[in-house]
Design a protein around this ligand. Sequence first.
Ligand code: NAP
Length: 494
Amino acid sequence: MTIQESQAPSDLPATAARGQLFINGEWRPSADGATTAVINPGTGEQVETVAAATTQDIDAAVAAAKAAFEDGRWSRLSGRERSRVLNKASALMRERSEELALAESTDVGKPITFARVVDVATAADQYEYVAALAQQLDGSVRETPLKAHAYTKKEALGVVAAITPFNFPLILSSTKIAAALAAGNSVVHKPASDTPLSALLMAEILTEAGVPAGVINVVTGSGGALGDHLVAHPDVNKVAFTGSTEIGRHVAALAGQHLRPVTAELGGNAANIVFADADLEKAIGTVISAFVFNSGQFCMGGPRLLVERPIYDTILGILKDAVAGVPVGDPTNPETVMGPLASRKQLEKVAGYVEAARAAGGQIITGGEELNINGGFFYAPTVIAGLDNSSPAVREEIFGPVLTVQPFDTEEEAIEMANSTPYGLASGVQTSSISRAHRVSSRLEAGIVWVNSWALLDPAVPFGGVKDSGWGREYGPEALESYTRTKSVIIATD
Ligand code: NAP
C-alpha cells in the first residue's frame, strides 16, 4: 500500500468542554473530579482530557432532563419552533465543519477528507431532515360508531438515554439526539469512552442554536461503570442504544426488566455477493471501499466477499494489487484513504483474528501485518482466502480492514452463505441482472441491501438490523416513531 506522510499537527478546537460534563446547560467537572485521557490513534499520544462521570452525575443529568421535559420549555414548543432550532443547529454544524471534522479525525483516526464530506455532512443533514419531520407529527381522526369524536396524538416520551459506540461518534450521536429532540424529548447522551469529543462540541452547538438548558445533557465516562445506572434509572423513559451485540443484549435485557422501550442498533458482518455478470470494475471499487472505509470499523461494512466461481481467481488477482495500492497513513493528510484503528484494543483484536485465520490455513492474499506509522494503531488492509463458513474470521465481527473471500457455485448457495452468520444488518448484491437483484435482495436476511453499490445512506431511508443486529429503525420517518407514543382522545358528542 502507499503510506501517507504526516501533515503538520493542527490544534483541536478550543472548547468549554475540556475535562467537563454538560449538565443542565452548564459545563461542570464530574462529581469526584475524575478525568480520562483521549488518545489520538494516529500517533498513540494523548490529545485531550475529558471528565469521567460518576453515577451521581448521571442522576443530575437525568434530573435536569426530566425537569426540562416536565416544564415544557422544549416539549411543549410547537413542532415548527423546534424545527427552527434544529435547522439552526444544522447550519452551525456546517459553519463549524472544520472543527468537527478535526475533532472526529483526531479522536477516531478517520481521514480528514471523509470526516468532512461524510461524517459532518451526514450529521448536519440529519438535523435538517428531522427538522422537517418535527412539523409533521400529526395524529389522525378515527371514524367509529361511537357517539364521539375520536382522534390520536403523537406525544414525546420524556427522557431519552442515548448511548453510542466509538466508530461514527458524530453521526451516531446526531442520529439519536436529532430524532429525540425533533419529537420533543429531553436527552442524556453517553458517547463511547474512546471517542467523546464531537458529542461535547455538539452540546455547544445545540445550545448556541437555542436548545434550552437541561434538554441536552452529555456525560462522558465508562459504559461499564455508568451504563446500567443510566439504563435502569427510574426517570429514563427510553433507551436508544448503538453498539456491540454483546452489550446491546445486556442493555435490552435490563431495559426489558424495567419495561422501558429500547432501540438496539447492533453489530454486523455483511456479505457482499458478486455474480459473474456484474460490472467488474465497478464491483471491485465497491468491494474495496466496503471493507477499508473507516478502517473497516463500520457496522455496515462488507467484510465477507462471496464470488461466483468463474470469476473467483480473476477477482483475487485484482484485489491483490488494488488493495495493496490503498493510501494508508496520517488521517490529516487529504490523500489518505485509510487511517489507523481507533484504539490499541481494536488493533490487537484485528491482529488476533488474522493470526488465527493464518494458523487455520487461510491464505493471506495481501496485508496481514501491523504497520509502523507515526506510533499509531495501523493495520494493513488485508484479504484472506481459503476459509470456510465455520472460521471465526468469517462468522464473527472483526471490525477491522479485513476481507475474507469465498467462492460459490449457485445463487442458492450464495444466499445460504450470506445468511449463515447470526448478524443481519446489511448485505450487497453486485449483478447486471435486474430480476436477480430483486430475487436475491428479497431473500437476504438484512435490514438494508445495496445493489451495485455499498453504503449509500440517506436520512430519509431507514436502516437497522434483523437477527443479532438488533431491532428498531433509525433514519426516515420510522425513526421519529420510536421517539413518540400514540395517545387516543375520545370526546363524547351527546
Ligand atoms: P460497545 O462496546 O458495545 O459500546 C457501545 C456503547 O455502550 C459505549 O458508549 C459503551 O461505553 C457503552 N456501554 C458499555 N457497557 C455498557 C453497559 N453495561 N450499559 C450501557 N452502555 C454500556 O461497542 P463499541 O465497541 O463502542 O462499538 C462497536 C460496535 O458497535 C460494533 O459491534 C458495531 O457493529 C456496532 N455498531 C452498530 C451500528 C448500527 O447502526 N447497527 C453502528 C455503529 C456501530 P464505553 O465506550 O465507555 O465502553
